[in-house]
Design a protein around this ligand. Structure first.
Ligand SMILES: Cc1cc2nc3c(=O)[nH]c(=O)nc-3n(C[C@H](O)[C@H](O)[C@H](O)COP(=O)(O)OP(=O)(O)OC[C@H]3O[C@@H](n4cnc5c(N)ncnc54)[C@H](O)[C@@H]3O)c2cc1C
Length: 261
């Protein structure tokens, strides 16, 4: 939709351009910003003109720019990238412009890029308005369905995915009440040299990460899933349904990750 209070659109090219004036906010792909009225905004600062390489391989793993699109990320070879991207209910138009950073910063419980990043133990590099920076696990950014820990003027510059997570065996499940509905629960599992990691997103208000030294027994995983905090009710699903399907689907993933299965 037209945002008819917007008077300026600045194309950011340097870090200095990222200091927001009153009434400005950052523009990623714009798929959320342009989907709702934003009467409090008078200016946009476009991050896509910063020229950040979308995906870089380093000795430590993978660096994904905040401006990398969901479509670009979905083409990486590990199945979890396409699976997570597909959890975002969206047309090809949205896939091709929505950015990883925009999805994380919008911080919906059903944020597919949060599910992905949390599944792979990704951290975010955040640039602060005063010229500083800090690193935070993506799992700790989201505080609720649409809320986060980022301060005004913070820019997510990139997320970093460690190499050991990229080498891991992974499992993934998404469930929604409607066939083409937004995710009611997204579950992942990962088995790597650091142990077994299971995550619950979309079903809980903020990501839940369950860590084990090795694959847990079915009963342990089930009780941990059922005891996890933050299951909530909204039009996309009731809290007790979210709790129940999370336990069932995590067990399916656990079975998949069993050796030789
Ligand atoms: C039909 C439809 C279906 C959708 N389905 C889903 C869904 O299933 N799950 C879901 O989570 N969302 C969904 N969305 C919402 C939205 O499209 C996505 O969250 C999308 O990934 C947002 O990315 P974007 O790059 O377009 O963000 P934008 O709209 O550009 O920005 C979103 C917010 O993040 C801020 N921002 C963007 N980048 C940064 C950055 N690097 N640093 C700091 N702040 C930043 C912006 O200022 C804005 O507040 C849907 C939207 C539509 C229209």
């Amino acid at each position: 939709m037209d945002l008819n209070t917007i008077e300026t659109v600045r194309s950011a090219r340097t870090r200095a351009d990222l200091v927001l004036a009153a009434g400005e906010t950052f523009l990623g792909g714009g798929t959320w910003l342009f989907s709702e009225p934003q009467p409090h905004l008078t200016g946009l600062v476009d991050l896509t003109t910063m020229g950040w390489p979308a995906i870089e391989r380093t000795s430590r793993g993978l660096s994904v720019a905040a401006t990398c699109t969901i479509a670009e990320l979905s083409r990486l070879p590990q199945p979890v990238f396409f699976q997570a991207a597909s959890a975002l209910l969206a047309s090809f138009k949205i896939w091709n412009v929505a950015t990883v950073g925009g999805n994380i910063c919008r911080s919906y419980a059903a944020a597919a890029m949060v599910s992905l990043a949390v599944a792979l133990d990704a951290t975010a590099l955040v640039w602060t308005a005063d010229g500083g920076e800090y690193t935070i696990p993506v799992a700790e950014i989201c505080t609720g369905n649409g809320t986060n820990n980022l301060a005004d003027g913070d820019v997510v510059r990139r997320i970093d995915i460690p190499a050991r997570a990229l080498r891991a065996r992974t499992g993934f499940r998404k469930i929604a009440l409607a066939e083409l509905g937004r995710s009611g629960a997204v579950l992942t599992g990962r088995l790597d040299s650091g142990g077994a990691v299971f995550t619950i997103t979309a079903a809980t208000l903020r990501p839940v990460v369950l860590r084990y030294r090795e694959l847990p027994a079915a009963a342990r995983l089930r009780s941990d899933a059922e005891d996890a905090p933050g299951y909530y009710t909204d039009p996309l699903g009731a809290a007790d349904w979210r709790r129940a399907v999370s336990a069932v689907l995590l067990e399916e993933i656990r079975q998949e990750l069993l050796p030789w299965s």
